[in-house]
Write a protein that binds this ligand. Structure first.
Ligand code: HPA
Ligand code: ZN
Length: 339
């Protein structure tokens, strides 16, 4: 452990920019919702389910993650899921969040788009009012599905554009390059939505280039494979293109064999706008604080680096300028009072 305590890291005001709301479904809530909706699970109990959370690559995880989402059926289920995540954020001093949701995971099971987004949005509004956590919601397209299916999802989102700030792209990366979705991203941008995309998690640096050039994203989700391409690294530094990095996710899915080999702090010190995030905390062993603690334990994270990581998240966020200024003020007040 570096000279930072877990308590200091927990108290540090934090911002989360890469979080799949379906990936915050804890086994306890999963079982409770299965019971509420009378769904039979292939696991006897919470412990048995947790035992299944052992992955050697992204697809191993995705198979279990999509199966888990089957218990989400009513608007109240989506509310409860989101509220549980926000409660955790409150405990960890996460003060602004930009969750992803995967509508196709639900609409393909016959759940209405409105059921999903209204449940999530209502919890986010309550989170702002009751917990002081500001938020922006991002709708992801599943990249293993077709371009036509993504267009259909965008169509379903039209009555809800006021509830969404951006579109994203997730699911199985290899073999599904960003450019498969160039036209649907162009359409979404015409509608006034911002764009982000998962790229360079398992896929090659070329996917980061096409996410930037073809999809015109404002941020890259993951992007850790950028270090394989020096020209790309130079571009990321000069453009300040943010990367939403997820340390515990990367070790759980064997993107890095060990946290000690993670490149996030090297990239930070090279001037890349890297940020820390939890991705799918119920599956990967931790929320925001645990991700920072992992960096302190394995990479000698310093207080100055931790603070710069949070400042990068504020810079990269889709919050309004006034809120960004408040967040910056919170952060500098913390560092002055918690030396
Ligand atoms: N990568 C791709 N798709 C995902 C992930 C991820 O880390 N989490 C949830 N869907
Ligand atoms: Zn992700």
């Amino acid at each position: 452990m570096s000279n930072i305590s877990s308590d200091w890291l927990n108290q540090l005001p934090k911002i989360e920019l890469h979080l799949h709301i379906e990936g915050s479904l804890e086994p306890e809530l999963l079982f409770a919702l299965a019971q509420r909706n009378q769904i039979k699970l292939p696991y006897a109990n919470v412990e048995e389910l947790r035992q299944a959370y052992q992955f050697s690559k992204l697809q191993d995880f995705l198979d279990i993650y999509y199966q888990g989402a089957d218990v989400l059926q009513q608007e109240q289920d989506f509310y409860d899921l989101t509220w549980a995540y926000l409660t955790k954020c409150k405990q960890q001093n996460v003060v602004h969040v930009e969750p992803f949701f995967d509508p196709q995971t639900h609409t393909d099971r016959g759940i209405d788009f409105a059921t999903v987004i209204n449940g999530i949005s209502r919890a986010l509004v309550d989170g702002e009012q009751k917990l002081g956590i500001s938020s922006k919601l991002i709708m992801c397209f599943l990249r293993h599905l077709s371009e036509a299916a993504a267009f259909e999802t965008l169509e379903q989102a039209l009555p809800h554009l006021g509830q969404i700030v951006a579109i994203g792209l997730d699911s199985s990366e290899q073999g599904n390059p960003p450019e498969k979705f160039s036209r649907v991203f162009a359409k979404a941008r015409e509608l006034g939505l911002l764009a982000v995309a998962h790229a360079g998690e398992e896929g090659p640096p070329e996917y980061i280039w096409t996410a930037i050039n073809d999809l015109q994203v404002s941020r890259i989700d993951h992007g850790v494979r950028a270090m394989d391409d020096q020209q790309l690294m130079a571009q990321l530094v000069t453009s300040r293109m943010p990367l939403t990095v997820c340390p515990l996710s990367n070790t759980k899915l064997c993107v890095f064999p060990d946290m000690a080999e993670h490149n996030i702090l090297q990239m930070l010190d090279l001037g890349v706008c890297v940020t820390v995030n939890s991705d799918d905390p119920a599956y990967f062993g931790g929320y925001m604080t645990e991700n920072f603690v992992a960096l302190a334990e394995s990479l000698q994270l310093s207080k100055d680096q931790a603070k710069r990581l949070v400042e990068n998240s504020i810079e990269a966020s889709f919050a309004e300028d006034a809120r960004k200024q408040e967040l910056m003020a919170l952060c500098s007040e913390f560092s002055q009072t918690h030396i």
